[in-house]
Design a protein around this ligand. Structure first.
Ligand code: RNT
Ligand code: ZN
Length: 418
């Protein structure tokens, strides 16, 4: 049986439990995931030569990492050719492109330093998202940025934040697609602080100042990402969950939850419903924490599926800004990206072909025996046939065929990068 025939058979099997697979496929086609540019070069960026700092880390030295904007764009292009549907590209400020010896520090970057990215996005017909880069820079003093007690340091980063809002609005205006701009700062302390309030008060004031510049809120969707700890910042982080959720709620911006940023048994999938009840929009960084915020590649695993279910069955597809955030330098980076993107889509499709209404009814009528039985049965439904059809319909390789393309690209392109 070919892909289409297998799909037709699967469609009948799903229809028998009231699931419309055609509709699921169509819905998935319209979900754009924001793909992070930083998987391609281990979060290095182009604006400075120093190491990755900020309590995050890439490990591994698989050959072939992108060294220039051209290489990174080519790699992203390759990934997009292997991932079904149309998505967004998520940039960091550190990926500014300077030409002819020109340089602007983070407090002085302008839209023109991202023109090449805009041209790239226009060519692909995709939107851009953005992130100020509050790490990997000499102005991060004693591990602090927007919460620094040193005025000069704090002001530098406030100017950076403002510059990034202007760049985000430029993206939105050029591309006609709103730009999500996510603020995450690494600020924190390795050991028990003597003052927990002061840094948070300074962070709050810094955010107020950044957001005080005029900008179009329908074009720039400012998000704020929390974190529980970082490497070398084990005892205290300024931008904790309580801080960011409260700040966002009180200032009309969007809370961003990264599922690597909580205690290991705390699940983002369980937080989504509460956040949806009190917010028009929420944002996510989907990643895979292994024992800590290790940013492993997103798999088709329980938590990814559970996150997808919460988005789909709560009718929140249009209210959740969905982005990926991982960086694995130990494997082929094109493959890492492709696996993560396709898995996020698989998780969404899996949720879309679940009889969600029926399951809710079972819960509300206390039929937990049947609920468990049915949910387990779903796991061996012909989901793969629907996924394969989705890939074929969207003109990307079916099953593992994409991997051959990656190997060919490795041989022809990546292996030539000395
Ligand atoms: C760090 C945060 C943040 C970064 C990226 C590079 O823990 O998750 O989102 O990973 O901005
Ligand atoms: Zn993140």
């Amino acid at each position: 049986m070919n892909v289409k025939e297998r799909y037709e058979s699967a469609k009948e099997i799903y229809a028998a439990i009231g699931v419309d697979t055609d509709k699921a496929v169509e819905t998935l086609e319209n979900i754009a995931i924001s793909m992070h540019c930083w998987q391609g070069d281990d979060v290095t960026g182009f604006d400075q030569k120093g190491p990755l700092t900020g309590g995050i880390q890439t490990t591994g030295n698989y050959p072939g990492k992108a060294r220039t904007p051209e290489e990174l764009m080519a790699d992203i292009d390759k990934v997009f050719s292997l991932v079904p549907g149309k998505h967004k590209l998520n940039l960091h400020a550190s990926y500014a492109i300077f030409e002819d010896g020109e340089f602007a520090d983070r407090d002085k970057i302008e839209p023109k330093h991202f023109k090449k990215w805009v041209d790239f996005a226009k060519e692909k017909g995709i939107g851009l998202d953005f992130n100020p880069t509050f790490f990997s820079h000499s102005k991060v003093v004693d591990g602090l940025t927007l919460s620094s007690p040193i005025d000069e340091v704090r002001n530098f980063w406030i100017e950076h934040g403002k510059a990034c809002i202007r760049i985000s609005q430029y993206f939105a205006e050029e591309l006609g697609i709103p730009c999500a701009m996510n603020i995450w700062i690494p600020d924190g302390y390795k050991d028990i602080p003597a003052d927990r309030l002061g840094p948070r008060a300074r962070f709050k004031d810094s955010l107020d100042q950044i957001l005080s510049i005029p900008y179009d809120k329908s074009k720039v969707l400012v998000c704020l990402e929390s974190k529980v700890f970082g490497i070398g910042l084990e005892s205290y982080t300024v931008g904790s969950s309580e801080f960011t959720v409260n700040y966002a709620a009180n200032n009309g911006i969007i809370s961003l939850m990264d599922n690597g940023h909580y205690h290991p048994t705390e699940m983002v999938s369980d937080k989504i419903s509460s956040m949806l009840l009190f917010n028009d929009k929420i944002a996510l960084h989907v990643t895979r924490p292994v024992r800590w915020d290790s940013d492993h590649v997103v798999l088709f695993d329980d938590e990814t599926r559970e996150i997808a279910k919460e988005i789909v069955r709560n009718d929140a597809i249009d209210r959740v800004l969905l982005a990926l955030d991982f960086f694995d330098a130990s494997i082929n980076r094109i493959s890492a990206w492709t696996v993560g993107m396709r898995n996020m889509q698989k998780a969404l499709l899996y949720a879309l072909v679940s009889p969600n209404k029926r399951f809710k009814e079972l819960q509300d009528t206390n039929q937990f025996t049947e609920l468990m039985a049915m949910q387990e049965e779903m796991k061996t439904y012909p989901f793969g046939d629907v996924w394969d059809y989705f890939c074929e319909k969207n003109n990307v390789p079916v099953k593992g065929d994409w991997f051959r393309e990656v190997m060919k690209y490795e041989e022809e392109v990546l292996s030539k990068r000395a």
